[in-house]
Design a protein around this ligand. Structure first.
Ligand SMILES: NC(=O)c1ccc[n+]([C@@H]2O[C@H](COP(=O)([O-])OP(=O)(O)OC[C@H]3O[C@@H](n4cnc5c(N)ncnc54)[C@H](O)[C@@H]3O)[C@@H](O)[C@H]2O)c1
Length: 448
């Protein structure tokens, strides 16, 4: 099938590439000319496992092309995806200006029937707005062309996006049109061979499903972080509590890791946007508000532990802190809303210098922070320890999981480790003579 994708970010590029991989003819459109030019040379601007070779192979096979020309994209696609960003507006609601700009382009250029697919995460009611914008542009040029707007939210995880896209656990399709549903079923048939993955529903339910999924996951994380605060004060170890509750299948193992807070481009903005939508419809979201508030506080907690260790904020002035991890989670270079950014701000405000390493996000950190005297971006985790007083671990990359604690003791002037993801056993760290602070690991437990 001929597919057009507007937006070549994490979602658009991965979706377009996976659709090309199964044989569809995909034309991706982006307004970022440098990105498009790079992609046409096989340069993939993001880190996502498995993506680069797949982009290159499908581009070479002629099934995956990139352009800035919206008109050619609309002319190409019998299915046209909108996969552009929906960043938070000033008041927390989703900013639809990019989505509606694409809708306007589609209306301006459509010359035969098509299915338009909202792939971006958009508030309930957006499909109606997209439809109205396309219809207005068609009417302005006196064109009478039929189209359907379908909601097909994306559930891929950064760091496993290609895998998630090729083997989705569900494909949610929201439409009231039998013909549009049939088109979507044909499009996704190659991903649907093993068992039925399509969950068909009305448009509004599909739009809400995406927010409900992210809000549920964020809730689990904030719940566990709240338990970790209690554990810390009552002298319990939240890691044991986690194991104790995760074995209950009604609770499950996923997303109950305590840590330095969730980040990324989705959870923070989607929880806020859902709360905003609810408010606009007169529903108070006590739980969602608390989920966000707990997360916001949690992002500062590791620094608070550092203040507790040193006795005051001013005692941190002049310290050099080694920071392991910049990306908001492992296997991505994405630093949007990353907990590392909050930690960096706290450390800089306190007058500390930082020596940071991340396996993939160094380029992104350079782009965000540029050159500054209080940030040295290192090319290995070991190099960060050079002249450092303390170590902070904030992203759980696999390569950080088994450091030589004896070497840490020798390298760190203050011999102290702040573990924002509970990667280590406190006893192992302390046996090497390094003071340990984790999340939700009560003081009495550490002494014991
Ligand atoms: N990143 C994720 O893990 C993830 C997962 C599921 C859903 N989503 C949702 O998918 C959407 C896209 O997210 P993303 O992370 O891929 O965003 P992104 O910021 O990585 O990419 C968006 C792309 O859209 C392009 N763009 C903007 N306006 C355009 C226009 N008029 N025409 C063509 N291209 C245009 C930008 O140049 C950019 O390349 C968001 O709504 C997001 O919430 C993201």
């Amino acid at each position: 099938m001929r597919v057009c994708i507007f937006g070549t970010g994490y979602v658009g590029l991965v979706t377009g590439t996976c659709l090309a991989e199964v044989g569809h003819d995909v034309l991706c459109i982006d307004v970022d000319a440098a990105k498009v030019e790079g992609l046409n040379r096989g340069v993939v601007p993001i880190f996502e496992p498995g993506l680069t070779p797949m982009v290159q192979a499908n581009h070479a096979a002629g099934r995956l092309r990139f352009s800035v020309d919206a008109a050619s994209g609309v002319a190409h696609g019998e299915v046209i995806f909108i996969a552009v960003g929906t960043p938070p507006d000033e008041d927390g609601s989703a900013d639809l200006k990019y989505v509606l700009a694409v809708a306007a382009s589609i209306g301006m250029h459509l010359d035969r029937p098509a299915v338009v697919v909202d792939k971006s995460t958009v508030p309930v009611g957006t499909a109606d707005k997209v439809s109205a914008r396309i219809a207005a542009e068609l009417a302005a040029r006196g064109a009478d062309i039929s189209f359907d707007v379908v909601s097909n939210p994306e559930f891929l995880k950064e760091g496993a996006a290609v895998e998630d896209c090729l083997r989705p656990d569900r494909i949610v399709i929201g439409t009231d049109s039998a013909a549009a549903l049939d088109t979507m079923k044909r499009l996704y048939a190659p991903f649907n061979r093993n068992h039925e993955r399509i969950v068909a529903m009305d448009v509004r339910s599909a739009e809400l499903t995406k927010y409900a999924a992210n809000a549920m996951l964020a809730t689990k994380i904030s719940f566990m972080n709240e338990i970790s605060r209690i554990a810390e004060e009552v002298g319990a170890d939240v890691e044991l509590v986690r194991k104790g509750i995760g074995s209950d299948p009604r609770i499950g193992w996923g997303f109950i890791y305590p840590g330095a807070g969730y980040g990324g481009s989705c959870f923070p903005k989607d929880v806020q946007a859902l709360a905003k939508t609810a408010l606009q419809h007169g529903v108070r979201t006590r739980l969602l508000d608390a989920v966000e508030a707990v997360n916001d506080a949690q992002k500062s907690h590791l620094f608070e532990l550092m203040v507790r260790h040193y006795g005051s904020v001013s005692a941190i002035r002049g310290k050099t802190v080694a920071l392991w991890g910049l990306a908001f989670k492992p296997d991505t270079d994405d630093m949007r809303e990353a907990s590392s950014r909050r930690m960096l701000d706290h450390l800089w405000d306190a007058g500390a210098k930082v020596r940071a390493f991340d396996p993939e996000a160094i380029g992104e950190a350079k782009r965000i922070y540029g050159e500054r005297a209080d940030l040295v971006l290192c090319d290995s985790s070991t190099a960060t320890l050079d002249g450092a007083d303390a170590l902070v671990v904030i992203t759980e990359w696999k390569q950080f999981r088994s450091p030589d604690f004896g070497a840490l003791k020798n390298a760190l002037t203050d011999a102290v480790l702040f573990d924002g993801r509970n990667l280590y056993r406190p006893a192992d760290v302390e046996a090497a003579g390094v003071a340990y602070y984790g999340i939700g690991r009560g003081r009495s437990v550490r002494k014991g």
